[in-house]
Design a protein around this ligand. Structure first.
Ligand code: ACO
Length: 329
């Protein structure tokens, strides 16, 4: 029968960090940040605001749109690189906060591609006669805790936030919406170009790792840039081809919101018109696993999508990981 999205929701923390404020923190300028990235401001979570708190707000909004009660949810997947704790999973913590006590819960880590990986995972778990009938899929990040606020190469890029979707089995043949095709990829030989080096089993936290600032994001920006454009455009072409849909039939390309130049390059490579490429990174920066799903929620809530429209979601992230998912609304 297939799976469709019946509700979307998102949450952005109240605190806005502007480029003007960043000018006072590192040697940068509003002009540089806007011209090289497209970002004007980003949201920063409160010190006592964990990913599960942001996820709970986004999930509550998505459940309300779907008209689904938390206890009806039988599967929760949370994608994040900034979980509340090493363990238990953020999904388990969220289950308790939402009172979704009938759900099987786990976290999934595929960096900025995490939401697309989670969608595909849920799609497979919910297929055919499976007992999973209603799922909550969440992308959430508190990247401000992994950001080196003394490193101008990275600190201007990231933000915090959460997005959620409710997935349900399609009910009948007339129901045209759903996940049509998906393509995911990973190339582990690029692990080193975008990473947080310390804090895991390969380099546990010590005073020295803290002194060397090894618990923060380190990135070779230009290398990531090139790989991102190629990986996303290829994944998009692959899913369009497998569903026999032309780029001009797509109502919205919803790309990972990392850099406006990357987004434009992917749109151009696919031959899509600018007005069909969704951009909101000016307001949020790069929110990693949350970025595509926050964008999807904005599109849905501003009535920019109609029943039957094709939506093409694409992302890339540390790993490197990448993916594209074609939805019919
Ligand atoms: N303000 C002013 N100057 C800066 C800043 C800044 N914030 N950051 C870097 N510069 C300088 C550099 O030091 C360099 O100076 P130099 O020429 O004197 O050496 C110059 O600007 C150019 O630097 P580049 O790195 O070549 O700049 P580029 O045009 O490549 O833009 C950027 C950098 C924005 C990081 C870009 O490469 C990019 O967006 N890459 C992809 C990043 C990305 O999407 N990452 C995904 C992360 S997702 C995750 O896993 C959380």
């Amino acid at each position: 029968m297939g799976i469709k999205i019946t509700g979307t929701g998102s949450y952005a923390p109240e605190r806005i960090l502007t480029n003007a404020e960043l000018e006072k923190m590192v040697e940068t300028s509003n002009d540089w940040i806007i011209s090289r990235t497209g970002i004007r401001e980003r949201r920063i979570a409160a010190p006592n605001e964990a990913c599960s708190d942001m996820a709970c707000k986004a999930a509550t909004n998505a459940l309300a749109m779907a008209g689904v009660a938390p206890k009806e949810i039988d599967l929760i997947i949370v994608a994040s690189v900034t979980p509340d704790k090493h363990f238990p999973s953020t999904a388990a913590i969220l289950q308790s906060k939402l009172d979704a006590s009938n759900a099987t819960c786990f976290d999934l880590q595929a960096a900025c591609t995490g939401f697309l990986y989670s969608l595909e995972c849920a799609n497979a778990l919910m297929a055919n006669e499976s007992n999973y009938r209603k799922a909550l899929i969440i992308g959430v990040e508190k990247l401000s805790v992994l950001t080196d606020w003394q490193d101008r190469n990275t600190c201007v890029l990231f933000g915090d936030g959460a997005g959620a979707v409710v997935l349900e089995k399609r009910t009948g043949k007339k129901d045209i919406g759903g996940i049509l095709a998906s393509k995911l990829g990973t190339d582990g030989k690029y692990c080193d170009i975008l990473q947080v080096e310390a804090g895991g089993s390969s380099m546990p936290a010590t005073h020295e790792t803290i002194d060397k600032r090894q618990h923060f994001i380190r990135m070779e920006g230009q290398e990531v840039f090139k790989l991102a454009v190629n990986a996303m455009s290829k994944a998009c072409r692959d899913v369009l081809e497998s569903a026999s849909i032309r780029p001009e039939d797509v109502r919205w390309l919803i790309p990972h919101q990392a850099n406006l130049r990357i987004i434009k390059a992917v749109g151009t490579k696919l031959g899509m018109r600018e007005e069909n490429v969704f951009v909101n990174l000016d307001k949020y920066g790069n929110t990693s696993a949350a970025s595509v799903v926050i964008a999807l929620d904005e599109i849905v809530r501003s009535s920019k999508v109609e029943r039957g429209d094709y939506l093409l979601l694409t992302a890339f992230g540390s790993g490197l990981t990448w993916g594209a998912t074609l939805l019919r609304w």
